[in-house]
Design a protein around this ligand. Structure first.
Ligand code: F6P
Length: 536
């Protein structure tokens, strides 16, 4: 990626303030925003001007983005290090045409599995599928990473549509997680879904075995009360789950992109198959937009280009996702996997070392809670952290519309405050009004200065419906894809998670006290010794 022209522009405008851009350009908000359907993405509160935007857009053509995008949708094996196609988009291609991998149309299989999911979900919801003690009151999804974060995030997001059994998620191998979850449940009326693409993940398999033992001990029937979601169908058989309750997906669906298919089964059970279809249609609408809109009008592309501007050009090391939507409380965690597992890499597709920064740290919390926690640093800390705000025009609780107005006002106030700041003179005037003078006024005023000029974007949508959620998730997926193409990396592998897994396996017997820690570094050996000393 040729960043020099952009770095030159950044240097040229290093003293320019975002607020000044609004003064010189009356229709800046219209010019520096993009929309699709009813989503509006406003990036006018960033330092980007016409010239910078044109240079950013040029990067897309230099990187042959259109060709790479089309290759992904066409089922080419763009995940080169694993020799796989990348086709999570096929899972939401509800009425699209054929999608071929190695010459085979994958759509009949996708639609057949989706139909089986619908039937099963409605049986569970309607009480025709039963456990040993009767219809299912609770569903426990056991999975981790992409087999957990997507459905957890979507379950919270769609809670107003939730009319199925109660949902629970167990991911951590920490026994506390499963113990606390199962404690209140009836082992004869709980459905357990084991979700694992590989069906080998140690956390998930350990939790699944514990859940099965709990069920058997409590009089439940695992043959009726377990379902599985996986790409490794042979392994689900070994675990003893009957094939009619196994929902498969192909290796061309990456874990962190898998919520659209069988991994979304718990969400479908919670909200029903119609609402889940609507979620898929939202994702599909974003696919069509990504494939057809000009770069300047293209939301995923503009979101990605702003990411590149802030991270690779200006060097900001993190970005904060700030949904002013309590039901999106798990969205930042979901985006962390989506973005950091995809683009946290330092080797380019061709094996060479990346010479520019990789993707940034992604973090966040819903507003307004974050305001009372970490916004201090965002406003006055020494680092600039681009903020990505999200907010709905209205909530799901008409009787609480006054809450929603406060939420919206807070969201807009934060982006305005970040941009505008407060000068020393303004701070002095404020202190003077409070009766301060002289040295004390000067000292107090300096603490109340906000540098401002801190960039943010805002995504606003009418209401958090299943369709809108689908649009938002697909928007960010494609944003990650575009950033990966511009960086020249493979966004679809995750080799960086392997080493820790290998070492955990080798440390198992050491931590059990069966094998000595000789050969380990002294820090690890001391920590093991401490744990062994303090164990009952
Ligand atoms: O540890 C990383 C990872 O491989 C993720 O990419 C994946 O989402 C997660 O583990 C869970 O994997 P699985 O679905 O195979 O259990």
């Amino acid at each position: 990626m040729q960043l020099e022209p952009l770095k030159t522009l950044a240097a040229k405008h290093s003293n320019r303030r975002i607020l000044d851009l609004f003064e010189t350009n009356g229709d800046r908000a219209q010019k520096f925003s993009a929309s699709t359907g009813e989503l509006l993405f406003d990036y006018s509160k960033t330092g980007v001007d016409d010239e910078i935007r044109s240079s950013l857009i040029r990067l897309c053509d230099e990187a042959e983005l259109a060709e790479r995008r089309d290759a992904m949708f066409a089922g080419e094996k763009i995940n080169e290090t694993e020799g796989r196609a990348v086709l999570h988009t096929a899972l939401r291609n509800l009425d699209g045409g054929p999608v071929r991998v190695d010459g085979q149309d994958v759509m009949p299989g996708v639609l057949e599995t989706l139909q089986r999911m619908r039937v099963f979900a409605e049986e569970v919801r309607g009480g025709t599928a039963k456990g040993a003690g009767g219809s299912f009151t609770d569903v426990v999804n056991i999975g981790i990473g992409g087999s957990d974060l997507g459905p957890v995030m979507a379950t919270h997001a769609l809670s107003p549509y939730h009319d199925g059994p109660q949902l629970h998620y167990v991911s951590n191998v920490d026994g506390a997680h499963i113990a606390d979850t199962l404690r209140a449940l009836d082992p004869t009326r709980t459905l357990v879904i084991v979700a694992s693409k590989t069906f080998t993940t140690i956390e998930t398999m350990t939790n699944a075995r514990t859940a099965r033992a709990w069920m058997v001990d409590g009089g439940g029937d695992p043959a009726r009360q377990f379902a599985a979601v996986s790409s490794a169908l042979d392994k689900t058989e070994v675990f003893g789950i009957p094939s009619k309750r196994v929902f498969g997906f192909a290796d061309w669906v990456g874990g962190r992109y898998s919520v659209w298919g069988p991994v979304g089964l718990p969400v479908m059970i919670a909200v029903g198959s119609n609402a889940f279809d609507s979620f898929l249609r939202g994702g599909q609408a974003m696919d069509l937009h990504f494939q057809s809109a000009e770069w300047i009008e293209n939301l995923p592309v503009m979101l990605a280009l702003l990411g590149v501007w802030h991270r690779q050009v200006l060097g900001y090391t993190s970005r904060s996702v700030l949904p002013y939507d309590q039901r999106l409380l798990r969205l930042p965690a979901y985006f962390q996997q989506l973005e950091m597992e995809s683009n946290g890499k330092s080797v380019a597709m061709d094996g060479s070392t990346l010479t520019i920064p990789s993707g940034p740290v992604v973090w966040g919390e819903p507003g307004t809670n974050g305001q009372h926690a970490f916004y201090q640093l965002i406003h006055q800390g020494t680092d600039t952290i681009p903020c990505e705000f999200m907010v709905a025009a209205e909530g799901h609780e008409p009787e609480l519309a006054h809450h929603h107005r406060l939420l919206l006002a807070n969201c807009l106030a934060q982006s305005e405050a970040l941009m505008r700041g407060r000068t020393l003179d303004e701070a002095r005037a404020q202190m003077m009004e409070k009766g301060l003078q002289g040295d004390e006024l000067e000292r107090q005023a300096r603490h109340r200065v906000f540098s401002g000029n801190r960039p943010s974007t805002t995504l606003i949508y009418p209401k958090l419906t299943p369709f809108v959620l689908g649009q938002i998730i697909a928007l960010y997926e494609h944003r990650v894809f575009v950033e990966g193409v511009l960086l020249g990396i493979n966004s679809f592998d995750q080799w960086g998670v392997e080493l820790g897994k290998d070492l955990a396996t080798s440390l198992g017997p050491i931590v059990d006290g069966q094998v000595s820690a000789d050969g380990k570094d002294s820090s690890t050996a001391e920590l093991v010794a401490y744990a062994l000393r303090h164990r009952d």
